[in-house]
Design a protein around this ligand. Structure first.
Ligand code: NAD
Ligand code: IPM
Ligand code: MN
Length: 367
């Protein structure tokens, strides 16, 4: 029997609610397969800061270091509550970015996917959804503006000023591009390269490296699109995209737009992959506006479990079953509040009920 250790970081806001449902699925996977999961819960985020003074305490680092994979719920506080924590200790700068840096999880895969049967979830017209949206955003996750040098202070004219730098070296760019090309090779063999080379030198270098890397993948068609135009096209013609690759900040913004065109950020799982370690998290945040109400959509968190099964534990078939179980719940006409507005024809269920239905479906599926 295979044994895997999984660090479980439930996080803040809706984090514990959606993590609970994801853990139910993990337990069922264990029952159905010759595998055992040692689940290791740990504090991470604002909850860790308030308990220990550190959003990513040493004990959590030790647990994550020893884990085969990490399942992470969203972290963070509302805009107002964040002010109670010094900026460098806030969960984003004090936990999330240090986690990405610690494990060098440079490749972030964010599926933006909606089958045509669920077109009614989307704010886009059915004719725009066509045969369905099926995009994977490949976001560089440990470089760019997020990790460049930063300065804040008062300049010689007595004015408060700020300086943040956007830095990449060619190796960082090359490694994420290889990931994107490889993924495109397993899919439709088209890669949309999202850039801003008309202004940013970082994009000029990015595109230069891309041309070098592309030589190794002659079967892949590359389509270059400026990031601002890509934002429009995601709304007007999302079905033209399959794999999209981009730097860190562009990926942050366009992936949330991805959630928008699907109808909810609750449909956005993700995988953050490094050479030695991977962690899995929803793309969205801690949703303080709906926390504690048992209404959050756990799809993003259960989908992150599916990505973990496939990428970290070589259980692609069970991963497919998890996706199918969630699609089955939707097909039966149920979803959480975000996707069951009055008049939508979708029956509203709670976070817990969604998790229970996924477990029920999955338990009936042949392995
Ligand atoms: P958010 O993603 O938390 O919420 C945006 C909107 O989407 C809200 O209306 C929310 O209710 C809704 N939403 C998000 N997830 C949902 C789900 N699973 N089901 C149903 N609805 C859902 O963004 P925000 O409000 O801008 O940020 C809140 C906090 O989260 C901030 O502190 C931010 O820094 C943090 N954050 C953390 C992560 C992370 O941990 N990876 C990601 C993004 C934001
Ligand atoms: C995300 C989040 C993070 C990011 C924040 C919370 C630091 O928005 O994972 O998309 O900007 O990367
Ligand atoms: Mn984001």
């Amino acid at each position: 029997m295979k044994n895997y250790k999984i660090a479980i970081l439930a996080g803040d806001g809706i984090g514990p609610e959606i993590t609970r449902e994801a853990v139910k699925v993990l337990k069922l996977i264990e029952e159905r397969n010759d595998v055992s999961f040692e689940l290791m819960p740990a504090l991470f985020g604002a909850c860790a800061y308030f308990a220990t003074g550190d959003a990513f305490p040493q004990e959590t680092k030790d647990i994550c270091d020893s884990a085969d994979a990490i399942l992470k719920g969203p972290i963070g506080l509302s805009h107002e509550e964040s002010k109670n924590i010094p900026i460098d200790k806030q969960p984003e700068r004090g936990a999330l970015l240090p986690m990405r840096r610690r494990y060098n999880t440079y490749a972030n895969f964010r599926p933006v996917s909606l089958p045509k049967e669920l077109a009614h979830f989307s704010p886009l017209k059915a004719e725009i959804i066509g045969e369905g949206i099926d995009i994977i955003i490949v976001r560089e996750l440990v470089g760019g503006l997020y990790f460049g040098e930063k300065e804040m202070g008062v300049n010689k004219d007595g004015l408060r000023y700020v300086k943040e730098t956007l830095e990449y070296d060619e190796n960082q760019i090359r490694q994420i591009l290889h990931q994107a090309f490889k993924l495109a090779g397993h899919r439709k063999k088209v890669l949309h390269n999202i850039h801003k080379s008309n202004v940013l030198k970082s994009s000029v270098l990015w595109n230069e490296i891309l041309e070098e890397v592309a030589v190794e993948y002659p079967e892949i068609e590359v389509i270059n699109i400026l990031v601002d135009a890509a934002a429009t096209l995601l709304c007007l013609k999302p079905t033209q995209f399959d794999v999209m690759v981009m730097e860190n900040m562009f990926g942050d913004i366009l992936s949330d737009q991805g959630g928008g065109i699907l109808g909810s950020l609750g449909l956005m799982p993700s995988a953050c992959i490094g050479d030695d370690k991977a962690y899995y998290e929803p793309s969205h945040g801690s949703a303080p506006d709906i926390a504690g109400k048992n209404i959050a959509n756990p799809y993003s968190m259960i989908g992150s479990v599916a990505m973990m099964l496939e990428n970290s534990f070589d259980m692609a078939d069970e991963a497919k079953n998890v996706w199918a179980a969630m699609q089955g719940v939707f097909a039966d006409g149920f979803s959480t509040a975000d996707l069951s507005k009055p008049g939508s024809g979708v029956n509203m269920i709670s976070t817990i009920e969604f998790g229970d239905k996924v477990v029920e479906k999955l338990s009936k599926m042949p392995k």
